[in-house]
Ligand binder design. Structure first.
Ligand SMILES: Nc1ncnc2c1ncn2[C@@H]1O[C@H](COP(=O)(O)OP(=O)(O)OP(=O)(O)O)[C@@H](O)[C@H]1O
Ligand SMILES: [Mg+2]
Length: 214
């Protein structure tokens, strides 16, 4: 299975989600398509602190990603791809080869508009590729107190983006975990985030099972 974490809107939590899902779901491989290589840096920090590092592929060209896609698109192995918060051919390509693309988004108006614009571009790209990619949104960095998730979800769904029920909330403890190179599940204070990532991982699997049986 290939999970691509995508959104041209920057700073929405893509790398944080890719990293935590990779640890939570025991990914066999990660791909870091951001020129800033922040997932790779996070992994180096992780390794420096004595934690088992994620395996991050050196492959970053379309041909290389296509070859990885052949290897990882079945159900046996998992590859998590982190993309950059800019539009690029390679990010679109990664979205196109994924089994599921996950677009993190906050409930702010700018995030919602940015994500809807991104989705339009992704849809036009998908039209050209032969296979349909499952795309789902996930609320990310949202205040634990907010009551606005439902209206934000309605607005995104109107734009064609179905949202996962699980939201990844803005939490200081998750930032604390990331600062140490750890996933939420490895940092006791981040137990609430760990529970959110566990639920998100289950929703991803359920969604793919439902799509495969449809
Ligand atoms: N749920 C969260 N709670 C607290 N802090 C978070 C959360 N998610 C992300 N952050 C912090 O927000 C910042 C942006 O997150 P991140 O780098 O994961 O976003 P991104 O979408 O990958 O950004 P870019 O588009 O630049 O690649 C980081 O400082 C990260 O530690
Ligand atoms: Mg990033």
């Amino acid at each position: 299975m290939i999970i691509a974490v995508v959104n041209q809107k920057g700073g929405v939590g893509k790398t944080t989600i890719a990293f935590n899902l990779a640890v939570e779901m025991n990914a066999d491989l990660c791909v870091d398509l951001d020129a800033m290589r922040l997932l790779t840096r996070l992994n180096m920090l992780r390794e420096g602190r004595g934690y088992a590092p994620l395996k991050i592929a050196a492959e970053t060209t379309k041909e290389e990603i296509a070859a990885l896609a052949l290897k990882y698109s079945g159900d046996q192995k998992l590859c998590v791809i982190d993309t950059a918060g800019v539009d690029s051919d390679i990010s679109r390509f990664a979205l196109g080869v994924s089994n599921i693309a996950i677009a993190p988004c906050d409930i702010s108006m700018l995030d919602i508009i940015g994500t809807r614009e991104f989705l339009k571009a992704a849809a036009s790209m998908q039209g050209k590729s032969k296979r349909e990619v499952v795309i789902r949104g996930v609320f990310s960095r949202v205040s634990p107190q907010t009551k606005k998730i439902q209206s934000a979800a309605a607005s995104l769904e109107k734009g064609g983006l179905k949202m996962f029920k699980t939201a990844i909330r803005q939490r200081g403890a998750l930032r604390g975990a990331t600062d140490e190179g750890k996933a939420a599940a490895e940092f006791p204070a981040a137990w609430q985030s760990a529970a959110e990532f566990e639920l998100l991982a289950s929703e991803i699997k359920e969604t793919l099972n439902a799509e495969n049986n449809a």
